[in-house]
Design a protein around this ligand. Structure first.
Ligand code: FUB
Length: 405
């Protein structure tokens, strides 16, 4: 049932207000109890849609979901569809435009944290000004029938982020110690991209943003990877409108330019997250991506060098760093033995999609691996994109065959 009506909206606002109050008053025990009841209301009652009808407030049905499961991030066979199959190569929702999907398995359920593309029609430019997003929705797959996608409605809006002014770009999510974290880039009041974090009691929030961006953060496209030992790392950065080239000296310089074609390419940034997941623990460093002969990729090598949209997954003990090559429109990957790299370029993950941007995540669910990606096939317009998925495989040697959308 689609529900762009009162109860969902009011419920969401009420949950938000109570969470804000609890966050501020530090009533941790009530917080936990409330989180448990929220988890039940979010997962004990499914909010399903067949991805057909327009709604920006979330959609919900009264059908109960079995086996609510444990809190936290699970992988592999921990999660499973009780019925139905994941819809491959189709827009997951048609009721809103979504992009930049970050997929995670939380509480046995597969969630997607996408950007929310708006019905805006500004002229496009290389600065990305036409990506004027203002809020985030969370999607999930109804475990009772995984062909159904649930839109949980708006979970964070730029107006509730004290430091941000506009352009809520590609987000990610993580879980630690009973709390869910939503990481996101946005321009601050001086038009400089920073990375923010918001906390919530369930995978679908409600999320309350920290009053300031993460100290020392900059650029766009945060991706958080929690390793098997519990250590969490953030990877981030993006060229052109993503402003990474403006930080070459460690300080923001609006006039600085990209390296020359024969210079080493700019790499994604890497930072260890603090135990509370709210700040960087130590300095931000640059990831090195090298070729088979250990030579750093050059800026002019635009079919292989990093542009934006970095993601990290681990398979059989190897760390896979994947990213978009931007102006050549590929998703590619590199591997390393440590989360910090250096990473060795391996090959292409995905051939170009319809539309300028390509952005993805990789997740294991129920023993299979999936690539979440987006294209603009529904709109034909770069800044109105739709999230899709397809199965991805790792060969016996760990290589990933190139997929074609
Ligand atoms: O969605 C806005 C930007 O476009 C993202 O941050 C980039 O990765 C690209 O997909």
């Amino acid at each position: 049932m689609n529900a762009s009506v009162g109860p969902i909206h009011v419920g969401s606002a009420l949950r938000h207000a109570i969470f804000v109050l609890m966050s501020r008053s530090g009533l941790r025990s009530i917080h936990i109890a409330f989180a448990a009841s929220l988890s039940f209301s979010c997962h004990g009652v499914s909010a399903t849609s067949n991805a057909q009808a327009p709604s920006n407030q979330g959609s919900e049905s009264a059908a109960p979901l079995a086996q609510p499961g444990a809190k936290g991030e699970l992988s592999g066979s921990a999660g499973a569809c009780l019925a139905g199959v994941l819809p491959q190569r189709k827009a997951l929702v048609t009721s809103l435009y979504t992009a930049d999907p970050s997929a995670h398995v939380f509480e046995n359920t597969l969630y997607v944290y996408p950007s929310h593309d708006l019905e805006l029609n500004p002229p496009s430019n290389d600065n990305g000004d036409h990506y004027g997003m203002k809020d985030y929705h969370v999607l999930s797959f109804d475990r009772g029938n995984c062909s159904k996608i649930v839109d949980h409605g708006e979970v964070l809006n730029v107006k509730n982020v004290p430091w941000a002014s506009k352009q809520m770009w590609a987000p990610d999510a993580a879980f630690k110690n009973g709390t869910y974290f939503l990481y996101f880039p946005a321009r601050d009041k001086h038009d400089v991209f920073r990375l923010g974090v918001a906390r919530g009691p369930s995978p679908v929030g409600p999320f309350v943003a920290e009053p300031e961006p993460i100290a020392g953060s900059y650029s766009i496209d945060p991706a958080v990877f929690v390793d098997d030992d519990g250590r969490a790392y953030m990877y981030f950065g993006g060229l052109w409108g993503g402003q990474l080239q403006n930080w070459r000296t460690g300080k923001y310089d609006a006039r600085s330019a990209l390296p020359g074609s024969d210079e080493n390419a700019l790499g994604p940034r890497f930072a260890k997250l603090s135990a509370d997941m709210l700040s960087f623990d130590g300095a931000v460093t640059e990831i090195s991506i090298v070729d088979g002969a250990h030579r750093p990729l050059k800026q002019g090598d635009n079919q292989r060098r990093f542009f934006e949209g970095v993601w990290l997954h681990k398979y059989n003990g190897t760390y896979y760093l994947s990213y978009s090559t931007g102006d050549t429109h590929y998703l590619v990957y590199a591997t390393a033995n440590t989360p910090r790299g250096p990473f060795t370029y391996q090959g292409r993950l995905l051939n170009p999609v319809a539309g300028w941007t390509t952005h993805h995540s990789i997740v294991e669910y129920d023993g299979k691996w999936y690539l979440f990606y987006h294209d603009d096939s529904l709109s034909g317009v770069d800044n109105k994109r739709s999230v899709k998925l397809m199965e991805l495989t790792h060969g016996a040697d760990g290589s990933i065959p190139t997929l074609t959308p």
